[in-house]
Design a protein around this ligand. Structure first.
Ligand SMILES: C[S@@+](CC[C@H](N)C(=O)[O-])C[C@H]1O[C@@H](n2cnc3c(N)ncnc32)[C@H](O)[C@@H]1O
Length: 387
C-alpha cells in the first residue's frame, strides 16, 4: 500500500494548532491523511485521463503549451486547463519546462488500486471517487462544445455524489465544518440570531445541533436562518433538516450573496453571526458582499467563514479541480489589493479583504502559520471577524 500512495504525512505537532489544538488534533487521523493523499493522486490521474479522453495524448507526448492546447477550443477551456497543467506537473504526471508540458513514459494511472487502499484504511468514502469519475465522464462537452460547466456538474446523475461529499462523515470535508463550528461557538451571545449562507446539504447546521446540544450552548441560538441560492438545496433542507438537526431553531429563506441583502429582507444590524462554509469565495464582487454582510451584523456581531485555504496563491489544491469548471468560481471581479485571484485564497489574502471591508479582530482557527507551511494536508481553516 505504501508503494501505491507514497509517503503519508505525519500528523502535525499539537503545538502548531493553537489554543483549540486538543479539539483539532483528532482530525489528523491516519485514515484522514491516507484519504487526503489518495484524493490528491486520484484527482491528478483523473485529470490526465480526461486529457487523454479528449484525444490530446499525442500532443502531450510531443510537448504542448497552454496556448497549444487551447487552440480551437471554446474560450472557457482555458481556465481549467491553466489549472490542470501545473497541477499535473506538481504531481509529476507531466514534465514542465519553460511553459511546455510533456507526457513521458507510462505514468501510474491506476485508479482501482487507490480505491482499494482507501477501502482498507478509510472505508465509506467511495462516493468521493465516484464524484471524480463522474466529472471525468460528464465534462467532455465543456471542452468540445462549450457547454456550461454548472449544468454538466450538477445534473441529476452527479447530484447524489455531491450530497455524499458534503457530509460530516466525509473525513476530508468534516474539517471545514468542525473548524467553523469552533470559531462560531466562541462568544455566541444568549438569544443569538445566526444566518448561514450557502447552507447546501445542511451538514453544518446538523453539526451545530449535535455539538451545541452535547456541549450545552444550543439554546443560546434563538434563530438559525438557513439560506441558499439553489432551490434544490433549500427545498431539501426545508423537508429534512428539522429532523436531522433537532433542537435548532430553524428558519429558511432563499438568499443570493451577490444581491443586496436589504432587498432580500435582511435588516441592517439584525444578526449576531453570519456563517458561510466554502461559499464566500464565489462572491462576484467580494468587496461589495463583505461590506453588505458587515452592515447586517449588530455591533460586535461576527462573520465566521470556513474556507479552503492555499499556502500560496499559486499552489494548486486538488479540490479546485471541480470548481475550475464553474463560472461563479472563476468569473469574479479581481483587485490586486483585496481579491488577487479567483477561487480559494491564502489566509493573508482573506485578512486583507476583511480588513478592507472594515472588519476588526480577525481570528483564525487554527492559526494558519506556520501550520500550513509544515503540513501540506492542512488546506482549510475558519476565520472570524467582528463587524
Ligand atoms: C461548497 S457548498 C457548501 C456546502 C454546505 N456548507 C454543506 O455542508 O452542504 C456551497 C453552497 O453555496 C451555495 N451558493 C453558491 N452560490 C451562491 C450564492 N451566490 N449565494 C448563496 N449561496 C450560494 C451553493 O448552492 C452550495 O450549496
Amino acid at each position: 500500500m505504501a508503494a501505491r500512495l507514497g509517503p503519508i504525512e505525519a500528523p502535525p505537532d499539537s503545538g502548531l494548532l493553537g489554543p483549540l489544538g486538543p479539539e483539532i488534533s483528532p482530525l489528523f487521523t491516519r485514515p484522514f491523511l491516507v484519504l487526503h493523499r489518495a484524493s490528491e493522486l486520484y484527482t491528478a490521474r483523473i485529470c490526465l485521463l480526461l486529457l487523454c479522453d479528449l484525444g490530446w495524448e499525442t500532443r502531450l507526448r510531443a510537448g504542448a503549451t497552454l496556448d497549444d492546447l487551447c487552440t480551437g477550443l471554446p474560450d472557457q477551456a482555458r481556465r481549467p486547463l491553466a489549472w490542470m497543467l501545473p497541477f499535473l506537473a506538481a504531481e509529476s504526471l507531466l514534465a514542465e519546462e519553460g511553459g511546455t508540458y510533456t507526457l513521458r513514459g507510462e505514468p501510474d494511472l491506476d485508479l482501482a488500486g487507490l480505491r482499494e487502499a482507501v477501502a482498507l484504511e478509510a472505508p465509506g468514502h467511495e462516493a468521493n471517487f465516484d464524484l471524480l469519475d463522474g466529472v471525468r465522464s460528464h465534462i467532455g462537452p465543456f471542452f468540445t462544445e462549450g457547454r456550461d460547466g454548472d449544468g454538466l456538474l450538477f445534473d441529476l446523475a452527479l447530484f447524489p455524489h455531491w450530497l455524499a461529499y458534503f457530509r460530516n462523515g466525509n473525513l476530508v470535508y468534516f474539517p471545514n465544518n468542525l473548524l467553523t463550528l469552533l470559531a462560531l461557538r466562541e462568544g455566541l451571545p444568549q438569544g443569538a440570531r445566526v444566518l448561514e449562507l450557502g447552507g447546501g446539504a445542511g451538514s453544518f447546521a446538523q453539526l451545530v445541533a449535535q455539538r451545541g446540544a452535547e456541549e450545552g450552548w444550543l439554546e443560546r441560538i434563538a434563530e438559525y436562518r438557513f439560506t441558499d441560492v439553489a432551490p434544490t438545496f433549500l427545498r431539501r433542507a426545508q423537508r429534512g433538516l428539522g429532523a436531522a438537526a433537532p433542537g435548532l431553531a430553524l428558519a429558511f429563506q432563499a438568499l443570493d450573496l451577490n444581491r443586496p441583502l436589504e432587498a432580500q429582507g435582511i435588516a441592517p444590524a439584525s444578526l449576531d453571526a453570519i456563517v458561510g462554509i466554502n461559499v464566500l469565495h464565489v462572491a462576484h464582487d467580494l468587496e461589495a458582499t463583505l461590506l453588505d454582510l458587515r452592515s447586517r451584523l449588530r455591533p460586535g456581531g461576527r462573520l465566521v467563514l470556513g474556507e479552503c485555504l492555499k499556502p500560496a496563491l499559486d499552489t494548486p489544491l486538488y479540490i479546485e479541480f471541480f470548481f475550475t469548471f464553474i463560472k461563479a468560481f472563476t468569473g469574479v471581479r479581481l483587485d490586486p489589493r483585496w481579491r488577487p485571484r479567483h477561487g480559494f485564497l491564502t489566509p493573508e489574502a482573506w485578512d486583507r479583504a476583511l480588513e478592507h471591508a472594515g472588519f476588526r479582530n480577525i481570528q483564525h482557527v487554527p492559526p494558519p502559520r506556520p501550520l500550513m507551511d509544515n503540513q501540506p494536508a492542512f488546506t482549510v481553516g475558519a476565520i472570524s471577524a467582528s463587524a
